[in-house]
Design a protein around this ligand. Structure first.
Ligand code: SAH
Ligand code: SF4
Ligand code: F3S
Length: 466
């Protein structure tokens, strides 16, 4: 059957709100795309939607709680619109809260229509049909035998200049603080042929940069067409052969899976960007052990040294948790020492949040809230200072910038450096979205840089001399 034949006659409107990590961003796009085949067009806002899906995150308590307050707001919106206009709205919850809470979610929010886990959302059209027939919420939090990637429509829509591509999903590491192994299930790599096909399609529709996604992306071990298993290094080498693909990134990596081959690729493949998100969580060996991270702070330092030896211009970003159960002042000092030793261009840091069902939630010596808050403040001050000095050091340098979107002001374009910093540039003649251009950085602001393209700069200099 032709895909067009399956499109419903009546157009309905869909609004998806996405929380959490990049994988949820990718999933939201795929859900929207799958539902487009069933007559759903994007809505500008929930007010104009027939179906609203919250694609949720369960990683910390705050993230999960946000979902319930948002659901409360949406219910009010739905009820008042229905009273006013008679138009109904379906409410769906997808993602990691859906997976973790399942039935409980419906007990707490009985007005929800659909609950669907991250591995089952290819069944959304079916679930919508069931919801139309049945009363009460429809729940699907299976880890189905079939892969959603095989079931989802294959005709990808244009993904923009910079696109995400999920290559691996789930996690077998069971860090003691983390819900991901429970919400996303066991670690699974997609077959190489599927990834190469999707990468080719994304580049054909305008992508110049691909970010390979996985909860444990560097544990990738996908089956290749000849039956051998490829690691991430092998996959990156192959992707680098795609004409028109200028930049490759991958996230999120686990320090334990940074093997020698992958480190070598950083020195060999110019398209692989010299910027790596490598979460360390803590600089204390005692805490790392209690977290079940299976590396020491010095192991992490050695990995960083090897990466920098392979690619001297490499910069790092990381994740940190403060106030893990049992973390002492001395442990926290060890984290600060690691940050000073390594030097991060960017970082995310969080107060430990006890998650139901994880081993750390039941550990003794939970750290008091004010202590966590103070440690977070101190750590963030140090990390922000490092990020600011990294950005400031870019002023005067000429960096390749991939132009991604129009800026707020007329004639302005916004792009990104290899280090993911946003750069505003004057568009200039013949310059457009998707171009990769050398830009001399002239200004550094708290959340972005400004620069001049080298061509424009040369023209200005010529005029000045004339
Ligand atoms: N797979 C990645 C992390 C995914 S979760 C890795 O292994 O590094 C993203 C980040 O959220 C983690 O790196 C961690 O810093 C943070 N995080 C996860 N669980 C948390 C919890 N219970 N409390 C606070 N932060 C948490
Ligand atoms: Fe969570 Fe650890 Fe797996 Fe990362 S490696 S997703 S922190 S369990
Ligand atoms: Fe959150 Fe699930 Fe991603 S818990 S961080 S959305 S894998």
């Amino acid at each position: 059957m032709q895909i067009a034949d399956r499109r419903a006659d009546v157009t309905k409107k869909l609004f998806i709100k996405t929380y959490g990590c990049q994988m949820n961003v990718y999933d939201s796009d795929r859900m929207a795309h799958a539902l487009a085949h069933h007559g759903y067009e994007p809505a500008e806002s929930p007010d104009d939607a027939d179906l609203v899906i919250l694609n949720t995150c369960h990683i910390r308590e705050k993230a999960a709680e946000k979902v319930f307050s948002e659901l409360g707001r949406l219910r009010q919106l739905r009820d008042s619109r229905k009273r006013r206009t008679g138009r109904d709205m379906l409410l769906g919850v997808a993602g990691c809260v859906a997976q973790a809470e399942g039935e409980l979610l419906v007990e707490r929010a009985p007005f929800v229509d659909i609950v669907v886990g991250p591995q089952a959302y290819h069944r959304l059209p079916e679930l919508l049909a069931r919801r139309a027939r049945e009363t009460g919420a429809v729940i699907d939090t299976d880890f189905p035998a079939e892969s959603k990637f095989d079931e989802l429509p294959q005709d990808l829509a244009a993904g923009g200049v910079s696109a995400f591509l999920t290559i691996q999903e789930g996690c077998d590491k069971f860090c003691t603080f983390c819900v991901v192994p429970y919400t996303r299930g066991a670690e699974q790599s997609r077959p190489v042929a599927d990834i190469l096909r999707e990468a080719g399609a994304l580049v054909a529709t305008g992508a110049r940069e691909l970010t390979l996604l996985g909860q444990n992306v560097n544990a990738f071990h996908g089956e290749s067409p000849d039956g051998t298993i490829w690691n991430l290094a092998r996959l990156i080498r192959q992707l680098a052969e795609i004409p028109g693909l200028e930049r490759i990134r991958y996230t999120t990596s686990h320090p334990r899976d940074m093997d020698a081959d992958l480190i070598r690729v950083h020195g060999e493949v110019p398209q692989l960007m010299p910027f790596l998100h490598l979460p360390v969580q803590s600089g204390s060996d005692r805490v790392l052990e209690a977290m079940n991270r299976k590396y020491t702070a010095d192991d992490y330092r050695r990995v960083v040294d090897a990466l920098r030896a392979a690619r001297p211009d490499l910069a790092l970003s990381s994740d940190f948790i403060v106030g893990f159960p049992g973390e002492t002042e001395e442990d926290f000092e060890a984290t600060l020492a690691l940050v000073r030793d390594v030097g991060f261009a960017q970082a995310f840091s969080f107060k430990y949040s006890a998650r139901p069902g994880t081993p750390a939630a039941g550990m003794r010596k939970q750290v008091a809230e004010p202590v966590k808050a103070e440690r977070l403040r101190v750590l963030q001050e140090l990390l922000e200072a490092q990020a600011a000095s990294f950005n400031a050091a870019c002023v005067g340098r000429t960096l390749p910038v991939l132009l991604e979107r129009p800026g707020r002001h007329p004639g302005q374009l916004v792009g990104r450096t290899p280090y993911l910093q946003a750069v505003h540039v004057a568009a200039g003649e013949g310059l457009g979205i998707g171009d990769l251009v050398p830009v001399t950085i002239t200004e550094c602001h708290p959340h972005s840089l400004a620069g001049v393209t080298v061509t424009l700069q040369a023209m200005a200099q010529k005029e000045a001399h004339a």
